[in-house]
Design a protein. Structure first.
Length: 208
């Protein structure tokens, strides 16, 4: 699941240290970004533990000082403190807005606002609180879990001011944020993703 192990912005893709060189080259070319090898608390599941945009990046609270220092060479970075801190799972964000896990504290919402420079709202997608796994947002569109309700979609459309569509990845997985990397320039998904799924991804995220 690509979105578990890596995460991307318009400029960078953050990948684990053990990612193969050929994979990194493919990601850089497909997304039009520079790869940054990283870890969070020594963990390789950087996609689940980080969420960023053009303004900054949020990482899990157990990130090491040396890991933050490396990230700060490229962008602004802040930790998520508290029990809920798997930032990639808890935050859906692009360069203008973020939807976050409804149980995140108001104090943490302020950190997310300041670091990512966006409007932040709390919410669910398909009844799931882990909104970063249940959807993917670029600056052109948002792809969400197929069980997202009309009310949830309305909130996302209002917050992001972008078209929202439902879809799946990897032959039927509803957790589109876990199986897809995308920005406004391109996307990468798993080999099991079907033709109809790819068509839906391309329509939802506005690729010509």
């Amino acid at each position: 699941m690509l979105g578990v192990f890596a995460t991307c912005t318009e400029e960078f893709v953050f990948v684990p240290y053990d990612a193969p060189d050929e994979t990194i080259t493919e990601l850089e070319n497909s997304l039009g970004v520079t790869a940054v090898r990283s870890s969070v608390g020594g963990s390789t599941i950087v996609g689940s533990l980080m969420r960023g945009n053009a303004n900054g990046i949020i990482v899990a609270g157990f990130a090491l000082d040396k890991e933050l220092r490396k990230l700060r060479k490229h962008t602004k970075a802040a930790r998520l403190s508290g029990e809920l801190n798997a930032a990639g799972n808890l935050i859906l964000a692009n360069d203008t807005a973020a939807l976050v896990h409804p149980d995140i504290s108001d104090k943490i919402v302020t950190v997310i606002k300041k670091t990512l420079g966006v409007e932040v709202r709390k919410g669910t997608i398909g009844g799931l609180k882990t909104v970063g796994m249940a959807a993917l947002a670029t600056n052109k569109g948002v792809l969400v879990h197929p069980k997202a309700t009309a009310a949830e979609i309305a909130v996302i459309e209002g917050l992001f001011n972008l078209p929202v569509d439902i879809g799946t990845v990897n032959f039927g997985s509803p957790l589109v944020g876990s199986g897809l990397l995308a920005n406004s320039k391109g996307y990468v998904t798993g080999e099991e993703t079907t033709g109809p799924e790819i068509s839906r991804i391309e329509d939802a995220l506005g690729y010509e």
